[in-house]
Ligand binder design. Sequence first.
Ligand code: SAH
Ligand code: SF4
Ligand code: F3S
Length: 467
Amino acid sequence: MEHVEIDRAGEPVIGTGAQTQGGKKVFVKTYGCQMNVYDSQRMTDALVADGYAATDRMEEADVVLLNTCHIREKAAEKVYSELGRIREVKREREKAGAGMTIGIAGCVAQAEGREIIRRAPVVDLVIGPQTYHRLPEALRKVRSGEKVVETDYAVEDKFEHLPQARRADIAKRGVTAFLSVQEGCDKFCTFCVVPYTRGSEVSRPVAQIVGEAERLAGAGVREITLLGQNVNAWHGEGPDGAEWGLGRLLFRLAEIPGVARLRYTTSHPRDMDDALIAAHRDLPALMPYLHLPVQAGSDRILKAMNRRHKAADYLRLLDRIRAARPDIAMSGDFIVGFPGETDADFEATLDLVRAVGYAQAFSFKYSPRPGTPGAEMKGHLPEKVKDERLQRLQALLFEQQHDFTRSRVGMRFDVLIEKPGRQAGQRAGRSPWLQPVIVDETVGEIGEIVPVRITRAEASTLFAEPA
Ligand code: SAH
Ligand code: SF4
Ligand code: F3S
């Protein structure tokens, strides 16, 4: 099973796993963030429970679903070019006497709604992230000849109504899994569409999360990554009646037999509370890797972005996190060219990056999004300036990433073996810091956690021998 590589730039990531029994077939293509990858699996599971088979070949699909991303203009526009291609595939199928239903899910569906069908009449169904449990029913309506748009915020609990994956399907997906614990965002950063596409913050109840984690572990999953647009804003009532935050939840999940590694993403600096920092100190299963976006290093820009903290607050927070877990590796997101960003503001971002030292980072040119306050602000920058700044920032981040990779050579640590390597006789796993590690297949079976010694690094990949 493939480890899912997330392309933060909104590139297509996967078609869901292939399995073909008779009956109707569904093909799902996923864009955007990990949440969409998770949602695509849940949608596939719901349709499999409804009698469909999943396929990774669009040509043989009776239903094609695009799970879309609206975060930047490029990501959103990609949907329409893809629809052009799908229209051709549909025409070929029709020549052979077969039909094809085309559905748009995800954040473009939520943001644009019926407008999608107006622009692309080939689309039969538009379904937003809050209503995926209604997908089987919506497809039945489409089959009776309706065009369906489902973008209301549902009142019922989506996850309660979404069927869980079968044990065999979970096992096929590999030894790592995503588990969504929190969805939506109330932060309203002025550049961002997520509060509009994903709605306000909702935390899933503890029992539901624990139940899903137990199912995953029971099917052989060893590492679970908790997902949320603001995952560390997660809160809920524990079985003890107390109000739990993410830190407590992580401790509970670590008790589940088989769960060896835990991660979570994406966190907001404002929601890193003491209990979560303590979990990084006291919970060995919690991996020493933290994706904590800061976006910019200038206080003026942070304020204009409505991030509600200063650069120094972020650095102080990192000091506390590193005091708790000295080997933690930092990851982040950055936006260059926000409206009004001066050379000095941009230099402040570079200074912050130098002060932190990132093991991994994602950086983007600001993309004005319809309906967000940022789009209405004065001082939009020319593309050329954004390009230059992005290049400089990425060169610095790349250098840091490279240094971090090389610093692992000679170290000993545990690797979770995840899948066969690209070359015969090899297996591929991950370091605690999410780096791919290649070992000989004699080192251990898939799903095992084995101590290794790193012998060399090539680009961002590590090579290891048994320790
Ligand atoms: N919830 C996460 C981010 C989700 S979006 C958080 O709070 O950090 C992922 C990343 O896309 C953001 O961190 C930001 O760096 C980038 N992004 C969001 N909107 C953008 C825009 N309008 N233009 C460019 N990048 C954007
Ligand atoms: Fe978007 Fe900000 Fe919410 Fe993250 S915290 S999803 S960047 S609005
Ligand atoms: Fe994109 Fe929606 Fe995720 S806009 S980044 S798919 S939350």
